[in-house]
Design a protein around this ligand. Structure first.
Ligand code: F0G
Length: 398
């Protein structure tokens, strides 16, 4: 069953519907939660090991092997901050971001429904993922990208997998509004995260974290927030496992936004349920350069219901955290992903994150998604001949 998160109106699973016909709010899938956790043990480590909890037909699955991403204990950084720190590395998914989790499920639903064209608006990663999964499924794919604001790696992926890429003169929010209108007029099947099937895939980040910790929830999960689908999805995953009695506590959901694009944090500070959109969002973390997040209701519910938190970080803090994670722990992430680490550092300093807390930071996309930003943060390599004497001098001078 599909249910409206605000008014509770119900729809059947095969209705092509993105928002509630009654009140206009966002929708979620309600699943049968009656599976013993042993079911998921000793299965191949992709998100489809949780197939009993993902409401699509098994014979239609479109997969490239998503999920089962690394869960890295980060003691160097954790010790400095006096916490027990883990990092969930979503850049290890097939196209290099967590979007693949949502896309494998969303594309499977598209196949079930028998659509011929899929589409999305994107700050980059969703389009890269959609393009790859559409190619695998053999469907036509149309993506709208905010002109000039998509990192190079993501643009390359979307184009190379054969999507019809349209550059919109406007920001992500405007591109999404246009894409949604076309979807409502049935030109295509919308695979942005307003589609509740996407979140059924992404909730498995929450499942995996709990299973990675030996069927226990961390104290806190910290992640970047843009369009606000992922924080909602992870909270759904945590809540479902909790409802089935797999663990006895739930993580505090902690959403980090960039200072120049932070409507959710602003609403949180006022304890509000509504957001005031940012007309001109701006941040170096282009993935989360979003002023009007569609899943804000779900995200704020997740933060309030979990006793969580929301904070902003500056572009400088994001870039410093990106470099720190790369050079201290060997984990290369794109700027938006580093917002979770920057946010952790700020919240630890503010005393919101307590000493000794067990914290999981979700890092959402691979460093190679945005090679330009990575290169700009480094000094150019020195160029010398392959002359051993000169090379020795160089090494000794360091
Ligand atoms: N991190 C990365 C790397 C992202 O690409 C995104 C969103 C987010 C975090 C935020 O997740 O939107 O669920 O709150 N990227 C979308 C896209 C908007 O089009 O690729 P969210």
């Amino acid at each position: 069953m599909i249910r409206c998160v605000s008014c509770g109106e119900k729809y059947n699973n095969d209705e092509i519907i993105y928002t509630c016909g009654n009140c206009g709010s966002v929708l979620e899938l309600v699943n049968d939660l009656n599976i013993p956790k042993e079911t998921f043990e000793n299965r191949k480590d992709t998100l489809w090991k949780y197939k009993e909890l993902i409401p699509v037909r098994e014979d239609k699955i479109v997969t490239i092997g998503e999920g089962g991403t690394p869960f890295c204990k980060c003691d160097k950084l954790g010790d400095e901050l006096d916490i027990d720190l883990y990092v969930k590395v979503e850049g290890s998914n097939p196209t290099g971001s967590f979007k693949d989790r949502g896309m494998t499920v969303g594309m499977t639903k598209a196949m079930e429904l028998g659509v011929d064209t899929v589409g999305c608006a994107s700050t980059g990663n969703t389009s890269a993922s959609l393009a790859a999964y559409a190619a695998r499924a053999g469907l036509r794919c149309v993506v709208f990208l905010p002109s000039g604001k998509v990192a190079l790696g993501k643009l390359a992926q979307a184009m190379f997998h054969g999507a019809e890429v349209i550059s919109i003169n406007g920001n992500f929010d405007e591109a999404l509004e246009a894409m949604t209108s076309l979807a409502l007029e049935k030109y295509l099947y919308l695979l942005n995260s307003i589609n509740p099937y996407r979140l059924e895939g992404q909730k498995t980040i929450g499942y995996e974290i709990v299973q990675d910790l030996g069927w226990s929830s961390p104290d806190r999960i910290i992640l970047p927030v843009g369009n606000a689908g992922n924080i909602s999805a992870i909270w759904k995953g945590i809540s479902e496992f909790y409802e089935m009695g797999y663990m006895d506590s739930k993580a505090m959901m902690t959403g980090i936004q960039a200072e120049g694009a932070c409507p959710i944090t602003k609403a949180f500070r006022k304890k509000a349920m509504d957001i005031v959109p940012f007309e001109n969002p701006e941040t170096v973390a282009t993935a989360i350069r979003i002023g009007s997040p569609v899943s804000y209701t779900k995200a704020l519910n997740a933060i309030y219901d979990s006793n969580g938190y929301s904070e902003t970080v500056s572009d400088d803090e994001i870039l410093a955290a990106q470099k720190l994670l790369a050079q201290k722990e060997g984990i290369g992430v794109e700027p938006a992903s580093a917002a979770s680490i920057a946010g952790l550092m700020k919240l630890r300093e503010e005393g919101i994150v307590d000493k000794g807390e067990q914290v999981v930071c979700v890092v959402t996309g691979h460093v190679l998604k945005d090679p330009n930003t990575a290169i700009e943060a480094c000094t150019e390599p020195v160029e010398v001949d392959a002359n051993i004497k000169k090379l020795k001098e160089l090494l000794l001078n360091k």
